[in-house]
Every structure is written in structure tokens, then in C-alpha cells.
Write a protein that binds this ligand. Structure first.
Ligand SMILES: *Cc1c(COP(=O)(O)O)cnc(C)c1O
Length: 377
């Protein structure tokens, strides 16, 4: 193995050498070359969702959550009311943001293996006209479940409400088309499916919604309206930009387009996901979600059924073979997660399955006095 393991995680993830090399240069934030680069990043992000002319791309410093909080705080008026259908930890985070910001909140609660249903959103909107916005997580990264964005977007639009989509772990790999999927905002970040380094997020906002959002935000630094107006006026970021991250993200987007854009990225992840689930099944490891609702981004697996299993030692052993796993995020079941994204080297996902296989063999080779007793129960 190399001394640096591959990251089987949903961001930060393993980036290409070219992406990393583009960070070996310093940029002045006032410099026209850097601001040209920022402009190009914004324009190309907008094109990924076919939003040119109707939407605006507003970048934001920080991790993805900063942009989600910025989008809710800026686009939902202080008297607004947000409906959050929740089937995982990132939905819960949005609900928490609403509580912290003092935006009125209603949730629809699902088990973690159940998709959000457009019909439930429809019912909630019909029964409470005071709801102004729906906030949806597209791919709920805590399990890997895909929520039906196109159907929900139609329902929300029919009711004349605003839709804010956390597309953090789907943007660039799963289709979101602003021409036929109405939304007020789609939020994502540099270090996920576009395979840049972490450090900046961005909000693709409908221009009308953004124009009407002046003064809504509770926060100075996270005010997307201010960031947008300043950037339009000066081409610069309002406060110090993460220059190296922006430059590397620009390079990552170039590589994304060279690879074939969304269809190619989506196909690569889908192939990784199928290979992963099939390979792990051969090792006796079952995935948590049925294939029909599994997004090809990250897969939750039940922990190996061996008596001495602990995630920590499993993680350490797989890491020693060159791959970094991700802990599970389910409250009641022992699970772990494997990401399908990033630059996984020549052997790709097969190398990861091999590593897990070797570790399982080691675990199972240990004496297991407890197993027989357990199986008799
Ligand atoms: C990664 C991610 C986020 C943002 O998390 P950060 O830790 O702030 O980068 C938000 N929502 C989803 C669905 C994600 O996958």
C-alpha cells in the first residue's frame, strides 16, 4: 500500500494529483486573475444545473453546513415557516438550523430506510398554508438513501412555496435540472461529487428569490444576499476567500468536464456502487438499503457478524491495507459506510473490497468461543 490511504468517505475524499498540484500557488484576493477564476467557477457550477439566465451561483467560505445555514437564513424570511421531511441526520441538521435561527419549523418524520414521499409533502402543505418553504435533503448521506427531488419539487411549486435543496452529496453526479425542477436554492460544496478539496460551499439560487432576500439574514458572514451583491459589484469575495481551495476546485471542475460531466461522473459512481454491493455480498456483508432507493454515492453496510467486531479495530485493519472507511450513523444498528466517490486509483473499488476481504479473513480466523452459544439462542 501507499503511505497515504484512499478515502472511502463522502468528503473530504481522495482528489487527483492535478487537483492537489493546483494548490501549489498563492493568489491575491484582489487580483484580477483570481477573480476571473472565481467567475469561471460560478459560471460552470450554474451550467451543471442548467441555471444560466434564471439562477445565480453564490459561493460561500466554509464547509457545506455554512452554505446550508446561509441559504436558510437568507432565503427564508424571519417570519417564514419551514417544512423539513426528515429521514436522516442531515435532515435533522436542517431542522436544527431552523430552530437555532428561530425560523418556524414543522417536520415529517420517517424511519431512516424510508424515502420521503411527495404525497406526504403535499398533505402537509395543504393542511398548513402558513408553511413558506420546504427544505429537502436530496441524497441523505447518513444512510445513502435517495429522496425523490423531481416529484417533491413539482408539489412544492404547485403550492407556490419555496424549495431549498441540500444537494451536498448529489450535485454533479445525480441530475438536477433547473429548467424542469423548480427550486429556490440548491446547496452543495467543493469537496463532494465534484472532487475538489473541502473548504467552500455554494448556493445556486433562483434570481427572484435572491433579489427579495435583502435583510432577511440573522448573520453578517453567512448573508448570501450581501455576498452576492458584493461579488456582482466587485468580482471579489466579500471576506477573505479560501484561495487555494477555489483554485483547486476550478481544476477539479475542468477535470469533471473532461471526464464527460454529469453523465460520466454519475456512471462512474453507479458502477462503483454496484461493484461494491456485489463484492461485499460475496464477503457476506449486506447493505442496509434496498437497491431501488440506494443513491450511488455512499453505501451503509451491516457490521460483520463476528463476535470480536468493533468498528475501531475493523477501521484500523482496513486502513492498514490502504483504505479509510466511514463510521455508520444509525442510532440503533451497528453499521459502517463506504463511499463510492473520489479518485480511487488504478484498482478502484475492487482494491477496497479486497482489503475488506483480507480483514474479514483475519477477524474470522480468531478463536470464537462465543459464536456457538450465540447461534443457539
Ligand atoms: C457533507 C454534507 C453536508 C455538509 O456537511 P459539512 O460537514 O458541513 O461539510 C450537508 N448535507 C449533506 C447531505 C452532506 O452530505
Amino acid at each position: 500500500m501507499t503511505s497515504e490511504p484512499y478515502l472511502l468517505t463522502p468528503g473530504p475524499l481522495t482528489t487527483s494529483l492535478r487537483t492537489r498540484q493546483s494548490m501549489l500557488r498563492d493568489w491575491g484576493s484582489w487580483d484580477v486573475d483570481f477573480n476571473t477564476l472565481t467567475g469561471r467557477v460560478r459560471e460552470r457550477l450554474l451550467q451543471i444545473v442548467h441555471g444560466a439566465g434564471t439562477h445565480e451561483c453564490v459561493p460561500m467560505q466554509g464547509s457545506g453546513t455554512f452554505s446550508v445555514e446561509g441559504a436558510i437564513g437568507t432565503l427564508v424570511p424571519r417570519t417564514g415557516h419551514v417544512l423539513v421531511p426528515q429521514n436522516g441526520a442531515y435532515c435533522q441538521r436542517i431542522a436544527r438550523i431552523c430552530r437555532v435561527l428561530g425560523r418556524k419549523l414543522t417536520t415529517i418524520d420517517y424511519p431512516e430506510d424510508t424515502q420521503v414521499a411527495a404525497a406526504d409533502v403535499e398533505r402537509a402543505l395543504a393542511s398548513d398554508p402558513s408553511i413558506t418553504h420546504v427544505a429537502l435533503v436530496h441524497c441523505e448521506t447518513s444512510t445513502g438513501i435517495l429522496n425523490p427531488l423531481p416529484q417533491i419539487a413539482q408539489v412544492v411549486a404547485r403550492h407556490g412555496k419555496g424549495l431549498i435543496v441540500d444537494a451536498m452529496s448529489s450535485f454533479g453526479a445525480l441530475e438536477i435540472d433547473a429548467r424542469n425542477t423548480p427550486f429556490d436554492a440548491v446547496v452543495a460544496a467543493s469537496g463532494k461529487c465534484l472532487e475538489g478539496p473541502p473548504g467552500m460551499g455554494f448556493v445556486i439560487a433562483r434570481r427572484g428569490a435572491l433579489e427579495r432576500s435583502e435583510g432577511n439574514c440573522h448573520s453578517l458572514a453567512l448573508d448570501l444576499y450581501d455576498q452576492w451583491v458584493y461579488m456582482e459589484k466587485t468580482t471579489q469575495w466579500r471576506y477573505t476567500p479560501p484561495t487555494h481551495v477555489v483554485a483547486a476546485f476550478d481544476s477539479a471542475i475542468s477535470q469533471y468536464l473532461e471526464e464527460g460531466g454529469l453523465p460520466a461522473r454519475g456512471a462512474r459512481y453507479a458502477h462503483n456502487c454496484r461493484t461494491l454491493i456485489a463484492g461485499m455480498a460475496r464477503l457476506g456483508l449486506r447493505s442496509f438499503l434496498p437497491a431501488a432507493i440506494q443513491a450511488p454515492i455512499i453505501v451503509t453496510f451491516y457490521a460483520p457478524d463476528t463476535p470480536h467486531y468493533s468498528f475501531k479495530s475493523f477501521y484500523d485493519a482496513v486502513k492498514a491495507h490502504g483504505y479509510v472507511l466511514y463510521p455508520g450513523k444509525l442510532t440503533t444498528l451497528e453499521t459502517f459506510r463506504v463511499g463510492c466517490m473520489g479518485q480511487l486509483g488504478e484498482r478502484g473499488i475492487a482494491g477496497a473490497i479486497d482489503a475488506v476481504g483480507k480483514v474479514l479473513a483475519q477477524l474470522q480466523a480468531r478463536p470464537e468461543p462465543a459464536r456457538e452459544a450465540r447461534e443457539r439462542q
